[in-house]
Design a protein around this ligand. Structure first.
Ligand code: SF4
Length: 207
């Protein structure tokens, strides 16, 4: 959605921003400022951010305004998430954050072209709109959401595309966690190159 009114990414549809702890994946437990952009055309049935899908609900916001709060907190880590943040060109946002000395983590499905530069890329591929380009090779972490046993095949297909240094995570789909978590545990016991990722922020009831 590289629309002229976003001025090449100088404006972005900000859904919300907040300071909390990263709840899932490799950086679990780290304090970070989250920037959530509106807009996603992937359409996961179990999405826990459906309110962000329609970008027109979120007015284009200047990058300088978006980062005003980000730099006020002690932690210097930023998580850029969505929605699908790569819907937009993120070079200006990343450059502006880097110039302020911030460490930038991206959460993406990889279904749009990669833009911006990051200290950490968490690739969470979705069957409905698979990753494009060479983002698998650039992923620091592969995080596959598992809602049923056949998702293990999807996880392995993606695992075959990432670099040797990429960390591998399987994460129970939240609404199916009681059913699927024990199955994931058994899978990882037999395939120990994988780790489990739990949505600890939901257990802690923090954003
Ligand atoms: S890619 Fe992410 S934001 Fe988009 S529908 Fe799926 S879970 Fe929701």
């Amino acid at each position: 959605m590289r629309t002229p009114e976003l001025k090449g990414g100088a404006l972005l549809p900000l859904a919300e921003s907040f300071y909390t702890l990263q709840g899932e994946g490799y950086n679990t437990g780290k304090a970070a400022f989250f920037i959530r952009l509106g807009g996603c055309d992937v359409g996961c049935s179990w999405c826990d951010a459906k309110e962000t899908w329609n970008p027109s609900l979120y007015p284009p916001t200047p990058v300088e305004t978006i980062i005003e709060q980000a730099v006020m907190y002690k932690a210097k880590s930023i998580v850029i998430t969505g929605g699908e943040p790569l819907t937009y060109p993120l070079d200006i946002l990343c450059t502006t954050l880097k110039n302020k000395g911030m460490e930038i983590f991206l959460e993406t499905s990889g279904s749009h072209p990669l833009s911006g530069t990051y200290d950490w890329i968490c690739l969470s591929p979705k069957k409905k709109k698979p990753p494009i380009g060479d983002i698998h090779k650039k992923a620091s972490e592969l995080k596959v959401i598992i809602e049923e046993a056949q998702d293990f095949l999807w996880a392995e297909e993606n695992r075959n595309l990432v670099s040797d240094s990429c960390f591998l995570y399987m994460q129970p789909e939240w609404s199916k966690r009681e059913y699927i978590t024990p199955i994931i545990v058994e899978y990882i016991k037999n395939n120990p190159e994988w780790r489990i990722s739990l949505q600890t922020h939901k257990y802690m009831k923090i954003p």
